[in-house]
Design a protein around this ligand. Structure first.
Ligand SMILES: Nc1ncnc2c1ncn2[C@@H]1O[C@H](COP(=O)(O)OP(=O)(O)OP(=O)(O)O)[C@@H](O)[C@H]1O
Ligand SMILES: [Mg+2]
Length: 483
């Protein structure tokens, strides 16, 4: 028998849950207001709580935080109603173990969740998420943010909500989209990926929605569009930030109405696919710059998942090396100083760059050695190793201006040298890598200039933004203060 707390202002729902949980043999305390809740947690220790996120006299997230502070071992399930799904995301970030949607459509799910939380001490979703990731060869590592991200993704995968994935180039946005598809009830249906920036304007409508035979010159046969191809599966709208304004209007229409019509057709079709959008640019910023529609962002940003860049999880690099070598049965071992170089590098191309690096090292070492020393690494990894990845830089270094200036000047010199090396290299140039270098230089430059301005204004962000001729929001965005 466990002590379970229910906090909800809907009396009928409380009765129902009370009945269900008592029937399972638990001692239940029901609170219908914030005031009742305050009293209850003073009197008893609870093992599990079901919390309504919207109470008339108190914010549900405050209640959650209060409960977690006073009784940290108490597991929490938040109950969300229509329109509060975004709050559920915050609740999970604030420490809730899981959430259920009201009205309840599956009693067995509640029983199972209760049992799992009380007996195993974690929501079934959490270990299932990690198992699925491992089955899909998707590396998560120990980094807390990545773990939370994948667990959150798993929880929302089962719900019928649109998901937006943001993250720098190569961080694994498509990998995460596949993971969500496989974690959802749609796993048996198709996963269709579309690069929104690559859709030809004149074919736009027929690409998205298909066309009937004879709809236009050249339409010799009836054709299914992406929405129809995805069926009851997942439609992955990759690089949605690069969609033209015309594409954005068409997508918005389907998201608003849930319907589309084939070019030349008359029948209205229902969209049954779940949409997952991804972008390497920050879409809020794009809205501010006028390149992305605010109404479309509102529709796709129901659940936003932001993948951290590899340089922010360098603690996982040694394990990532092992993981990759084992997965590809590469009988190699990296010496400690080689691993150190990898940990100190900035990884502008993130996971993609990492995978390419290991492939290159394996090709170089083949038939020569099984022990990988720093000599086998691309030169940029060795030379850059003296620039600590930002996660490792003590804050004091960031704050003192001479250090910033010196670091940045060194960085620029190094960057130019690398670019010259690449230019003079007779090997085929990896253009993707060059673009990553340019992007990362852009970020470093903006940050260095902003930090210098902040030093001048003694930390006054508003004044610094004015001096630089940008909005405060843009300044915070460049400093990565806003996700
Ligand atoms: N979690 C992961 N585990 C294993 N490999 C990964 C993971 N994330 C990314 N990768 C590898 O990194 C490469 C890039 O991943 P992906 O295409 O998903 O990135 P992306 O964020 O969509 O990149 P882009 O912004 O360029 O479209 C892939 O080869 C993938 O195998
Ligand atoms: Mg991608």
């Amino acid at each position: 028998m466990s002590n379970i707390l229910i906090v909800d202002d809907e009396i009928e729902l409380c009765h129902f849950l009370n009945y269900l949980l008592c029937d399972l043999g638990h001692a239940v305390t029901v609170c219908t207001s914030g005031e009742d809740f305050d009293r209850a947690i003073m009197e008893k220790e609870f093992e599990l709580a079901f919390l309504d996120i919207r109470l008339p006299d108190r914010n549900g997230l405050d209640i959650l935080q209060h409960l977690k502070q006073r009784q940290p071992l108490c597991k929490v399930v938040v109950m969300t109603g229509y329109g509060t799904i975004k709050t559920a995301v915050s609740a999970i970030k604030f420490g809730a173990d899981d959430f259920i949607e009201k009205p309840f459509d599956n009693i067995e799910d509640i029983e199972l969740l209760t049992e799992q939380l009380l007996v195993k001490g974690s929501a079934p979703a959490d270990h299932e998420a990690l198992e699925l990731a491992s089955r899909l060869n998707c590396f998560i590592g120990k980094n807390e943010e990545m773990n939370q991200l994948y667990k959150l993704a798993y929880k929302f995968a089962k719900k019928n909500v649109t998901v937006l994935i943001e993250g720098e180039t190569g961080t694994g946005k498509e990998v995460l989209a596949h993971f969500i598809h496989h974690a959802s009830k749609r796993a048996g249906s198709p996963f269709i990926g579309v690069n929104c920036g690559a859709i030809q304007e004149n074919l736009l409508e027929s690409e998205l929605f298909g066309h009937t035979k004879g709809a236009f010159t050249g339409a010799a046969k009836e054709k299914k569009g992406y929405f129809e191809q995805a069926g009851k599966g997942t439609l992955f709208l990759d690089e949605i930030g690069e969609a033209s304004l015309a594409t954005q209007v068409k997508l918005l229409r389907v998201l608003e109405t849930g319907e589309f019509i084939k070019v030349g057709g008359e029948t209205i079709k229902k969209n049954q696919a779940r949409l997952i959008a991804a972008s390497h640019v920050n879409l809020e910023e794009a809205v501010e710059n006028g390149t992305f529609r605010e109404d479309l962002l509102y529709r796709i940003d129901v659940v936003k998942l932001t993948i951290p860049p590899l340089r922010k999880r360098v603690e996982d690099i040694p394990q990532l090396v092992d993981y990759y070598l084992k997965q590809h049965e590469l009988g190699l071992s990296f010496t400690p100083d080689t691993i150190e170089c990898l940990c100190k590098y900035n990884w502008p191309g993130n996971m993609r760059e990492f995978v390419n690096m290991i492939k290159r090292v394996a090709a170089l070492a083949e038939g020569e050695t099984a022990i990988i020393t720093p000599h086998y690494l691309p030169s940029k990894l060795m030379s850059n190793s003296k620039y600590l990845a930002s996660a490792n830089v003590p804050t004091a270094v960031h704050q003192s201006i001479p250090a910033i200036e010196m670091n940045f000047a060194d960085y620029l010199r190094e960057w130019c040298q690398q670019m010259i090396d690449t230019w003079e290299d007779d090997d085929v140039v990896d253009l993707h890598h060059v673009l990553q270098m340019i992007k990362s230089m852009e970020v470093e430059t903006l940050q260095a200039i902003i930090k210098k301005a902040l030093k001048r204004t003694v930390g006054d962000r508003k004044q610094a933004a004015e001096q630089l001729g940008i909005s405060l929001r843009t300044l915070r965005y460049y400093l990565n203060e806003k996700k």
